[in-house]
Structures are given as C-alpha cells and as structure tokens.
Design a protein around this ligand. Structure first.
Ligand SMILES: Nc1nc2c(ncn2[C@@H]2O[C@H](COP(=O)(O)OP(=O)(O)O)[C@@H](O)[C@H]2O)c(=O)[nH]1
Ligand SMILES: [Mg+2]
Ligand SMILES: [Zn+2]
Length: 303
C-alpha cells in the first residue's frame, strides 16, 4: 500500500482500541483514532493517513453518513451500531421465545432509515413454528417483508439468505441466541480471500476485544453481526417517525379524517377501523401504540 498519502477507507472491524480498515484499493490494516473526537463505526467511510514508524494508520475524519443504526445503551445514551447499511436482517427463532415487539422495532428502524428489511426464521431443524408463529410471520410477509426460513445447524436454505444479501450491506439483528453469528459463520465460510485476510488480521489483534465486523460475501454482499443485547431499542425519536415505521398503518392513515391523526385516541380514524376489520394486524397495531407511548414519554422527559 502507498503509505505516504491520505487514503479513503471503510471501517470493517471495531475493537476496543483499534479499528480494521480497508482502503478503496482493497488493502486491509489497523487504524486508530488517537485523541480525535470522532467515533467511527462499522460501515463508516473514513479518511486515513499513515503514522510515521507505525504500521497502524490514523483515522482523520468520518465522511458524512448515509444512515446510522442507533440504540440507547445502558446509560440511555445514543449509541451508533453501524453506518451506511442497506438492509436490516431480523433473525428470530425459538428458543429464545420471539419478542415480536422487538422485531417490529427493528423493522421500524429500517423503515425510518429508508433501508430494506427482511426476517430470517432460524432453527427450522427444531420445528418450532406452531400455528400462532406462522400467522405472525405471514403478517410480515403480507405487509411486504421477505421471510426466509433456515437452519444454520443443518445448513438448510442458507443459499436463500445469500440471494437476499446480494450487493447489500446488511446488519443481522435480533435477540441474543437466535443464531445470528451461526448463520453469518456459515454463509461467509467459503467466502473470498478478503474474509480470510480479515480473520488473519483479527488474530494479529487478538489482545483486543472485537466489537463488530463486516464480512464480505462472494456475491458482493457484506454482512455485519451485532452484539446480543437484551434491550434492543433502535431510536425512533418522534411520533411522526413511529407512524412511518409501520408501513401498513402509514398507508391506511392517509384516509384518516385528520391528517395529523396519531391513530390512538381520535374518532373517525381509518387505522382503527382497519384494525377492527383485521385488515391491519391487531398485534402490529398494539406494537405501534406501545412504541408511540414510549416515544411520547421520552419526549416528555426531555423537554
Ligand atoms: N438447533 C439449532 N441451533 C442453532 C441454530 N443456529 C444456532 N443455533 C444455536 O443457538 C445458539 C446461539 O447461536 P448464536 O449464533 O451464538 O446466536 P446469536 O446470539 O444470535 O449470535 C448456539 O448454541 C447455536 O449453536 C440452528 O439452526 N438450529
Ligand atoms: Mg452472536
Ligand atoms: Zn388515524
């Protein structure tokens, strides 16, 4: 690599102290922030420059992000998990028992970021999908989200996942234990040298804890794992965005009497009518109201 000049690169791994970057020429190396008040995350496009007498590079700045996936961390601070993604893949299974509100929130985050969303039902080898689950999953399908059933354990249907990931930069999200890492391990196992290069580099940095990384797939797709945390809570900070997070509610809401209808307490609400007729899934509507409540409470606290 030309080590004399500033280069454009993408963050492909973050560790406690350093970051793994890949330049636009495909070279992979470690880089650090060093006193700079910037916090790059996986997917960030950055500008790096060489540090004299060191193999690590210095990250000078983060280019403007197309989007950010955020959540509130344990101390209720906004934390960015990834940037510049094009798809959120929500993984569910049983065990752990699915929490569909979390699924709705992730799908909602995808909508508010303007990126694609799909649902991956893992662990089909356990035959976990009873009628109730099937009904819930069909609701997502009918709203327009692709649903893929697979098993990382017996390597079933993983090629279908790859089809959806083609040329996307996808982050795998979902409750801890659903099999995100297992699926990613399987689908990236035979991937190109770049992935192997990354694992080699990662071993060099074995004294640092890996926080997240992006793996390249042979079909031009990129996948990012995400840590399993219990209280996944993508930030949707306004009531307006809550409506936009539920596409079927947003569409039906166009027919409401008041154009600022919150579809909660108002009379003559087309959404409530549609829920009554079950054209909108009542469970999704409950998720909508629950999220609306949370956002209104948060906003109340803030101002
Ligand atoms: N039966 C079964 N177990 C799986 C499958 N995929 C993952 N697991 C198991 O589920 C557990 C959690 O998997 P992991 O990939 O760590 O989940 P993550 O927390 O979402 O990354 C591990 O014990 C895996 O072996 C699957 O398709 N079938
Ligand atoms: Mg994992
Ligand atoms: Zn309404």
């Amino acid at each position: 690599m030309n080590t004399n000049v500033t280069q454009q690169a993408i963050i492909i791994g973050t560790y406690s102290q350093r970051m793994l970057v890949r330049t636009i020429h495909g070279d992979i190396s470690f880089a650090k922030i060093k006193g700079k008040k910037i916090q790059p995350v996986c997917g960030d496009q950055v500008e790096i420059s060489p540090i004299p007498n060191e193999s690590d590079w210095l990250i000078n700045k983060i280019n403007p992000r197309k989007n950010e996936l955020t959540r509130n961390n344990y101390s209720h601070k906004r934390e960015v998990l990834a940037a510049n993604i094009t798809m959120i893949a929500v993984v569910v299974s049983d065990p752990p028992k699915p929490d569909w509100f979390i699924v709705d929130r992730y799908i909602g985050a995808a909508e508010s970021m303007g990126v694609k969303a799909c649902i991956i039902c893992n662990k089909t080898d356990l035959n976990w999908e009873n009628e109730q689950y099937k009904k819930t999953i069909n609701t997502y399908r009918s709203i327009g989200y692709p649903v893929i059933h697979c098993s990382a354990e017996i390597q079933s249907n993983l090629d279908k996942i790859l089809v959806h990931l083609k040329n996307e930069t996808a982050i795998f999200v979902g409750q801890s234990g659903v099999g995100k890492s297992s699926i990613i391990n399987q689908i990236s196992r035979n991937s190109n040298q770049l992935t192997q290069e990354i694992s080699r580099k990662k071993n060099e940095g074995r004294h640092t804890t890996v926080n997240s990384n992006i793996l390249d797939l042979d079909n031009g797709g990129k996948v990012m794992d995400s840590p399993g945390v219990r209280d996944y809570s993508p930030i949707i900070d306004s009531a307006y965005k809550v409506v936009g997070s539920f596409v079927e509610i947003e569409a039906e809401g166009l027919k409401c009497k008041f154009n600022n209808c919150s579809h909660a307490k108002e009379q003559n609400c087309a959404v409530k009518e549609a829920v009554h007729n079950e054209r909108i899934d009542p469970r999704r509507y409950e998720s909508y109201k629950r999220l609306l409540n949370i956002i209104q409470k948060n906003n109340h606290k803030r101002y």
